[in-house]
Design a binder for this molecule. Structure first.
Ligand SMILES: C[S@@+](CC[C@H](N)C(=O)[O-])C[C@H]1O[C@@H](n2cnc3c(N)ncnc32)[C@H](O)[C@@H]1O
Length: 279
């Protein structure tokens, strides 16, 4: 459902008594849109996993690098971002509209609290356009038909589908069919940008994260490199392929970001990321 406007929006139950992935992530990013249940999970994670905060900051930063490169190097001007998260500056449209103010961005998330804060996602340049659609990755046919998508994106022209730090909340069985459907709905020349959690780097840290999230009722799915690669089947991989996100076109901030603070001790971050082009 497209955000109907701030005055008309019906009240939503935010279930603030239980932790939610978007708000735990916001807490770890140092944001303010979180509640005691979210902070409890976040605090336990920080106790178990020293360095988790810089890792989460790095997880957000790879989104910035991916979309900047898509706009600057690949000339993409339309973006469909599913699993947007609570707004945190800079948001995706701010990054790509700095490259070209005419960029158009649709944000999709299934958490009502993201809807509640979606005003910060609707600050498009006059030349471009942004929309927020309340939707679920598992039901792409529903949000693809949403008036917000239809009015914002021209699906006859290339679109970058960005799935950054979302698929680890879904099993392969739940995630692959909708990702395929979305890519099928986009024209040749479109892109997939995706990052996903892995246990390849520091399995003991992943066990702790899985346990802490499970206590809060959130199931995490970590993937090997091969399993992340499956999302890119049929796509042409952009340089440097599917790599740990700290190795994906690092800039100076990313290079210095987690390396010192990461509890994995190696500067490696337990997320794979990549970009692929639909031929
Ligand atoms: C860890 S945050 C990532 C936010 C942002 N993409 C980033 O990387 O900074 C994951 C987001 O995905 C959303 N999410 C999780 N499962 C989803 C689903 N099935 N459909 C839509 N959004 C989902 C959560 O509500 C949360 O906002």
């Amino acid at each position: 459902m497209t955000d109907p406007g701030f005055e008309e929006r019906p009240p939503v139950d935010l279930h603030t008594d239980r932790a939610h992935s978007a708000r735990v992530y916001d807490y770890l990013l140092g944001g303010k849109t979180n509640f005691p249940a979210d902070r409890e999970v976040g605090d336990r994670l920080m106790a178990d996993l020293p360095g988790v905060r810089p890792d989460v900051t790095a997880a957000r930063a790879v989104m910035h690098r991916m979309v900047r490169r898509l706009a600057e190097v690949h000339g993409v001007r339309q973006f469909l971002d599913v699993g947007t998260g609570i707004p945190t500056a800079p948001n995706l449209h701010e990054v790509v509209q700095a490259v070209d103010p005419s960029c158009r961005v649709v944000y999709v998330d299934n958490d009502p609290i993201v809807l509640a804060h979606s005003r910060a996602l609707l600050t498009s340049t006059p030349e471009g356009r942004t929309a927020y659609v309340q939707g679920d990755l598992r039901e792409p046919e529903l949000f693809l038909e949403d008036p917000g998508v239809v009015a914002t994106l021209d699906l006859t022209q290339p679109v970058a589908l960005t799935l950054v730090n979302i698929v680890h909340f879904l099993s392969d069985e739940a995630a692959h069919p909708p990702v395929r459907k979305l890519l099928d709905a986009l024209p040749a020349g479109s892109f997939l940008a995706l990052s996903a959690g892995t246990a390849d780097v520091a399995p003991e840290r992943v066990d702790a994260a899985v346990r802490r999230y499970a206590e809060a009722g959130i199931t995490l799915h970590f993937r090997s490199r091969e399993r992340v690669e499956r999302f890119f089947t049929g796509l042409e991989l952009d340089d440097p392929g599917i790599v740990l996100i700290n190795r994906w076109h690092p800039d100076s901030a990313a290079a210095s970001g987690s390396a010192s603070g990461s509890g994995s001790g190696s500067g490696e971050i337990g997320l794979y990321g990549g970009v692929g082009r639909k031929p």
